[in-house]
Design a protein around this ligand. Structure first.
Ligand code: AMP
Length: 248
């Protein structure tokens, strides 16, 4: 397998180190839901570039100010801004056993940057095999979902601003309409889930993110899962792929 010369694929479920996992897929494919489940099960952090950007927008940081209008249009924030943001996040202590990337990389230059960055991290940890496995070549789980299914998911999607739990008014409604089952917070709709912005986000996905399928397939790191199945079935396939990854 290419790109695995200096480190094995970074998932070792029965040992201590899980390593990097990437969730790849269009908006509303279920990346956030699966990322949370994987993060909770394997005890590694979920790093969602969309969540970090939204939090910067809410806090009106300099990064947030630069990203706000771009996100509102459904376009992609520049590779440089997003890569710097991810580099900072990967320095944090909770990434020592691995991490799950949700919404990153989204362009080929971001994927190339990530490979080079992980290689640099591994070099800095020479002699410490465990630390190197935590930043080994990532395993990529692609969630495949049809456009019309995505549209239904997007128009019905609501999330809890307090705990981040995700609902769908048609497919997975909360027990009490409009409020979170876990903490009773009023559910919110993301502004970029409006249909016209969704169309832009899909365009960005098809033009800029879809080439990553070939990028990772060519490197022997891609696992494809049918994302139209119920959450538990998707989860079972993703988990089995993670558990078997050393044999790929
Ligand atoms: P998401 O929550 O992943 O759908 O991301 C929401 C928005 O944040 C996207 O439509 C982009 O504007 C921006 N964004 C998130 N991740 C990235 C990324 N890796 N590269 C560029 N822009 C991103």
């Amino acid at each position: 397998m290419e790109a695995q010369t200096s480190a094995a694929v970074g998932v070792k479920v029965n040992g201590r180190v899980v390593g990097p996992i990437i969730l790849l897929g269009p908006p509303a494919a279920g990346k956030g839901t699966q990322a949370k489940l994987i993060a909770d099960t394997f005890g590694i952090p979920q790093i969602s570039t969309g969540d970090i950007l939204r939090s910067n927008v809410a806090q009106k940081t300099e990064l947030g100010m630069r990203a706000k209008a771009i996100m509102e249009r459904g376009e992609l924030v520049s590779d440089e801004l997003v890569c710097d943001m991810v580099a900072d996040r990967l320095e944090q202590a909770d990434c020592v056993r691995g991490f799950i990337l949700d919404g990153f990389p989204r362009t080929v230059p971001q994927a190339e940057w990530l490979d080079a960055h992980l290689e640099k991290m591994r070099r800095a940890k020479q002699g410490d095999i465990v630390a190197q496995q935590a930043c080994a070549a990532p395993v990529v789980i692609r969630l495949v979902v049809d456009y019309n299914v995505l549209l239904q998911r997007i128009t019905g999607r609501r999330s809890c601003p307090t705990c981040g739990r995700i609902y769908n008014v048609y497919l997975q409604p909360p027990k009490v309409q409009g409020t979170c089952d876990a903490d009773g917070t009023l559910l919110a709709r993301r502004p970029d889930d409006a249909e016209d912005v969704f169309a832009e986000r899909m365009k960005a996905y098809e033009q800029q993110t879809l080439p990553l399928v070939d990028y990772y397939r060519g490197r022997g790191r891609l696992i494809e899962v049918n994302g139209e199945q119920p959450v538990e079935a998707v989860m079972a396939q993703a988990f089995s792929a993670i558990e078997n990854v050393n044999r790929l």
